[in-house]
Write a protein that binds this ligand. Structure first.
Ligand code: NAI
Length: 334
């Protein structure tokens, strides 16, 4: 009998999820022998009449793809239904930043969503559930969700820095004139925001230190780092909308790594609940270099060194996450 995996996706009618759900259904992530049940959550019609209707349309289109791996599609506005028995919960749905709103306003606005969803996951999900928060500000949303869903072990809760990781790999590859697969050991430290530190000092290109292949240190510090930090804004400035299929691809890559493992001699980037690694206060959701054997668990790569430039960037992104934690502290049950 084939295995069945239940995947809950929130914000399922949105732009990121529209790319995500097709790839989850296709067999690409869980393999041809595993059947997928998609449990798709949107806001009630009273909040947005179009959302559930669009989701219904997405369900019909998924059926029309005829994937041999898609067993069922559930569409709902009830988190208890969406997270029922789910093995993966991909939390994409979040309110966008409104005109004149500050990042701290957005954190508070979205915080309430992740209180309820954290509780609903703890109440309904399968005992092996893994959660990936994509909706922004994803590190702090993840912190809120896991703090309100403590029956699920802390190491199951992740926030997405894989898109940033992929962006950094691609930027280094383009500069070095190589293909992406030659670039390894890249890390996105810290927050998925413009304070993240895309670490080139430990990265490799063709197995050699990236700094030996790209000897223009000024480019690395003054172009590569800020461009990676601001890549999301650059996409918005170019297209007037935020990244969609590349974000979905980041989420797919994150889950795929958990299912199939990271390659020997390489690692990837994921934001996870810190156990104090690299001096980060335990409990903060912080982007680290991570490996996995494909057993669904991330292991932080220990012992990497940062130079003075990296240390300053690391501190800046850590400070930002500590400030975000302060903004939502009333949403974090102890
Ligand atoms: P979108 O606005 O197209 O879709 C968001 C969807 O979420 C909407 O359909 C909305 O109705 C739904 N939603 C809102 N509150 C909900 C709730 N409580 N429960 C269920 N659904 C809810 O936005 P898009 O472009 O799909 O982006 C989604 C999120 O992903 C945004 O927060 C965005 O900032 C974030 N993002 C994160 C990235 C990362 O690298 N971590 C990269 C790109 C986007």
């Amino acid at each position: 009998m084939s295995k069945v995996v239940r995947v809950a996706v929130t914000g399922a009618a949105g732009r990121v999820s529209s790319s995500l759900i097709v790839r989850l259904a296709s067999g690409e992530v869980f393999g041809p022998e595993t059947k997928v049940i998609l449990q798709l959550l949107e806001v009630p019609a009273s909040v947005n009449p179009a959302a559930l209707k669009n989701l219904e349309g997405a369900m019909y289109e998924l059926q029309d793809c005829g994937f041999s791996t898609l067993k069922d599609v559930v569409i709902t506005d009830d988190p208890n239904v969406a997270f029922n028995g789910c093995n993966y919960a991909l939390l994409v749905g979040a309110a966008p930043r409104g005109p004149g709103e500050q990042r701290s306003d957005l954190i508070r606005k979205n915080g309430a969503i992740f209180v309820g969803q954290g509780q609903a996951i703890a109440k309904n999900a399968a005992s092996d559930v893994r959660i990936l928060v994509v909706g922004n500000p994803c590190n702090t949303n993840c912190l809120i969700a896991y703090s309100n869903g403590r029956d699920v072990p802390a190491d199951r809760w992740h926030a997405m820095t894989r898109l940033d990781h992929n962006r950094a790999v691609s930027a280094l590859a383009i500069k070095a004139g190589v293909t992406n697969d030659a670039v390894t050991c890249v890390t996105i430290w810290g927050n998925h925001s413009n304070t993240q530190y895309p670490d080139f000092t430990n990265a490799k290109i063709g197995g050699r230190p990236a700094t030996e292949v790209i000897t223009d240190r000024a480019w690395l510090e003054n172009t590569f780092v800020p461009n990676t930090q601001e890549r999301g804004k650059f996409i918005i400035d170019t297209t007037k909308v935020s990244s969609s299929f590349s974000a979905a691809n980041g989420a797919i890559d994150h889950v795929k790594s958990l299912v199939t493992g990271t390659p020997a001699g390489d690692w990837t980037s994921a934001a996870i609940v810190s156990k104090g690694e690299y001096g980060v206060p335990a409990g903060l959701v912080f982007g680290y270099p991570c490996t996995t054997s494909g057993d669904g668990n991330w292991n932080v790569v220990e012992g990497l060194k940062l130079d003075a430039f990296g240390e300053a960037k690391f501190k800046k992104t850590l400070d930002e996450l500590l400030k975000e934690q302060e903004v939502v502290k009333d949403l974090l049950p102890s």
